[in-house]
Ligand binder design. Sequence first.
Ligand code: THU
Length: 132
Amino acid sequence: MTPQELVTCALDAQKNAYAPYSGFRVGAALLTKQGKVYLGCNIENKSFSPTVCAERVALFSAISAGETDFTALAVVGCDKDGVYKHFCTPCGVCRQVLSEFCAPGFQVIFGDDTLDCEAHTLQELLPLAFDL
Ligand code: THU
């Protein structure tokens, strides 16, 4: 699967974003080594702190389905006016959670609605990750 195809999946996932408080809608698509794609969107809450990022929704969906081998994740985000961020990058918490389940060479792809994208390894995004 190409990075652009994975970004297209993230744009699909974004359609289900529940973001009435921030207005910022995020979609994520996680690719397994077997070529299966798990989708996630951000899900906010009026109490704010229970809000979950799109990346973690995709990852936890895959983990709960029994997946263990991951290749790449694409993420997209736009504001309440539909203007896409160039690019939407995963927050620190999501980077840490990804590092629990994904190898340092795992590809994180930032994209937007033009399908322009940029890839970085998890190691680049989270150098010196916490480990026990
Ligand atoms: N958000 C994500 O879904 N992923 C990130 O990596 C950063 C932030 C969401 C959380 C919240 O619903 C909105 O974006 C604004 O912070």
